[in-house]
Design a protein around this ligand. Structure first.
Ligand SMILES: [Zn+2]
Length: 109
């Protein structure tokens, strides 16, 4: 990753360039579930959660495709002075390819 470049997110399932930010979450050290989450309906705090098995804060960015039911997650994990990035994606439960669920963008103009 180069900090001096701009990269456009592309849906890994359908190739669409219309990808919406739908959540930003921060996990507490050693906890599963987002301690703080920003979604389209506001800021939420959940101080309790199960053990995540890793140490250090996790910052999670969630995106949804506008065309298909794809959810993309980018995680930044801090541990012992290092920060790593992990990306994953999945198809929302209950949807199949070609179906377009409503996208809950955090906010938009
Ligand atoms: Zn897509």
């Amino acid at each position: 990753m180069n900090f001096n470049e701009t990269e456009r997110l592309i849906c890994p399932d359908c190739g669409c360039e219309n990808v919406h930010p739908t959540a930003v979450g921060v996990h507490n050290a050693g906890k599963k579930g987002r301690l703080v989450e920003v979604t389209s309906d506001g800021v939420h705090q959940s101080p309790n959660g199960a053990t995540m098995g890793k140490r250090g804060v996790v910052i999670e960015l969630e995106f949804n495709c506008e065309i298909c039911p794809c959810v993309m997650i980018v995680k930044y994990q801090f541990h012992k002075g290092d920060t790593s990035r992990e990306s994953s994606w999945f198809i929302m439960d209950g949807y199949t390819a070609g179906e377009c669920p409503p996208v809950e963008t955090i906010w938009r103009d």
